[in-house]
Design a protein around this ligand. Structure first.
Ligand code: ZN
Length: 73
C-alpha cells in the first residue's frame, strides 16, 4: 500500500462514505478527525474487512456506540 503524506492544508480529501454515501473529508494523516476517536479493536477489524476506505464520522460513531453497548442495553 502506497502511503504518501501530503502537506497539510487544513481539511484533506473529500471522500464518499461506503455505508451512507455521504461525502466527508479525511485528512489521511494523524490530524484526521478519526484519530480523535477511540475506536475499539473489533470495530477497526470489522472496518478493515468490510471497507477499503475510511467511513464518515456519523457511521464511525454509530459503530463505536453499537460495539460499546454489548453489556447494558
Ligand atoms: Zn457514513
Amino acid at each position: 500500500m502506497t502511503h504518501s503524506i501530503e502537506p497539510a492544508s487544513g481539511n484533506g480529501k473529500t471522500l464518499r462514505c461506503p455505508i451512507c454515501r455521504q461525502q466527508f473529508t479525511c485528512a489521511l494523516s494523524s490530524t484526521c478527525w478519526c484519530s480523535t476517536r477511540t475506536v475499539p479493536t473489533k470495530v477497526k477489524e470489522y472496518l478493515a474487512e468490510q471497507y477499503a476506505k475510511c467511513i464518515c464520522s456519523t457511521c464511525l460513531d454509530r459503530l463505536i456506540e453499537e460495539a460499546g453497548t454489548g453489556e447494558s442495553a
